[in-house]
Design a protein around this ligand. Sequence first.
Ligand code: MTE
Ligand code: MO
Length: 360
Amino acid sequence: MDYSLEPPHSDKLFVQAQKPFNAEPPAAALVEFAYTPEELVYCRNHGPVREFEEDEYRISIKGAIEKDISISLPQLKSSFPKARVVAALQCAGNRRNEMGAIKPVHGVGWNSGVIANCSWGGVRLRDVLNHAGVQANNSSHVCFASYATLCQDDEYYGASIPLTKALKQEDDVLLAYEMNDETLSPEHGGPLRVVVPGYLGARWVKWVDTIIISPEESPNYYQQRDYKILPPEIETKDQARPVWSKVASMTALPLNSIIGSAFKVTPSRLHVKGYATPGDCGNIVEVELSLDDGITWHPTRITYQEGKWSWTIWETEIQISGSSGELCCRAKDEAGNVQPRDGTWNMRGVAFNAWGRLKW
Ligand SMILES: Nc1nc2c(c(=O)[nH]1)N[C@H]1C(S)=C(S)[C@@H](COP(=O)(O)O)O[C@H]1N2
Ligand SMILES: [Mo]
């Protein structure tokens, strides 16, 4: 793979790997902002980062539609109304290191920084699909592909979502060309990426150039084999091979929260701050904090939440005694679900959502 054309990367991130470029900010920096500034937005790549001329960029739409369409980015922008949605982008491998502490896992050693809450601007995928004459159909999938570069495990990057999700106005799926009101940078998939609020980051295909309406999910490696929660007894890739096709592809990530920072404001008081993210049962209604491993819980204050798809920022001050201890947090959602104490181990280290913990 040719990495020679990579654009410059933010120096605020901890680099997990240069080639492909994978980097995350510290969670303590993330929780200081409601909208994640670009320099703190993690980078997750399975291949090189590419730059494209916006005016020459085109996307094609084919498969089960009335006629194949090829549309340039300038045409896309001028033909469809602009939409804006605030949504948290999160990698399925967020908190993988914590799962790896239970038993080793395969994957980039992420901490809790592979998440970003941004405002995304673009066109609604449903508007584009309706224009292409796509018929609503409960069993079809919208397959996204980026042939921009080769990837580590496949010749292109691909992912898919159910057509019903793509067509639902209130699900806010976008083809985005802006992040936080700025032109989307090459690192984050500019000039055009998919934004799928509520779904794991792997479906938010960057540099998207092809959309296929298909009776099947995307055949790409990252849809069919990776990004699956394998049963805990599967420990190696060899054991995984016969199981892959039987396990569902991931869609929404689970209800989650972590503690980003804790510092003493007085010798006996801690100021604690963190984030929480919903699963697929409504947004966060409460985040609680415990000093005694979950025997007693204290409420915290939600200081930021916006719409259905944003993360939640929470904080509180709490009385401490002694010289050290451990804090834990748990989130609750609108449906009354509570974040579990323990996370279930899986080989790829995805979807870890045990109580957030931080030693002070
Ligand atoms: N073309 C392409 N799109 C991609 C990826 C990739 O490697 N190539 N990585 C996916 C994954 S796993 C995640 S978590 C997000 C990361 O987006 P970011 O780098 O803008 O944070 O992009 C997704 N889209
Ligand atoms: Mo990811």
